[in-house]
Ligand binder design. Sequence first.
Ligand SMILES: Cc1ncc(COP(=O)(O)OP(=O)(O)O)c(N)n1
Ligand SMILES: Cc1nc(C(=O)O)sc1CCOP(=O)(O)O
Ligand SMILES: [Mg+2]
Length: 201
Amino acid sequence: MKLDPFYLIVDSAAWIARLVPLGVKLVQLRIKEMDEAGLRGEIIEARRICAEHDCQLIVNDHWRLAIETGCDFIHLGQEDLAEADLDAIRAAGLKLGISTHDGAELRTALAVKPDYVALGPVYPTILKKMKWNPQGLDRLADWRKRVGDVPLVAIGGLNPERLPGVFAAGADSAAVVTDITLNPDPEARTREWLAATAQWR
Ligand SMILES: Cc1ncc(COP(=O)(O)OP(=O)(O)O)c(N)n1
Ligand SMILES: Cc1nc(C(=O)O)sc1CCOP(=O)(O)O
Ligand SMILES: [Mg+2]
């Protein structure tokens, strides 16, 4: 499976409606605080928009709703993974991406045969407080060797200037939140990301 090199992460279907039509081909819906009915509506709308634009939607955390709404790809962190029903996820045919931050987490992730492994935070992130120091590019290169053929996603503090280093270290895809969503012109920044990742597409 090949992941698009530009992996956008946003927290609403409204963001997806705004940015996916520009040519984004891989997007994660990452909603943290919302009731179930609201989440269901957001996922259904995100799925509709992504289908219209031939964009792969990945649902963060909410694997039950992803199954219920007919989505085909989820992202789980280590705590999410510990509580998830992997048999149900696999039986529903969902692909699975997993976060990793250290060697033990990588072993846990590889044991469930994920469809990608994410390593972060490669650089400092302002999105959320994290207990891990920035991993750096050498660590990313080490992950490349350790994951074998499993696609590798880099996340945390990424921007277009940092992409050459991230791909040279062996990432298959670069995930981003705030460099786009906090940019004064998110549409223009999305176009910059599309252009900056074109050579790895
Ligand atoms: C591509 C990607 N990588 C890592 C994460 C983080 O997942 P997790 O550790 O479960 O933290 P939350 O995003 O759920 O706060 C991710 N979402 N996507
Ligand atoms: C959601 C998330 N997970 C991370 C991890 O390391 O697992 S870093 C991160 C935040 C990424 O946001 P930004 O591109 O704004 O730094
Ligand atoms: Mg999670």
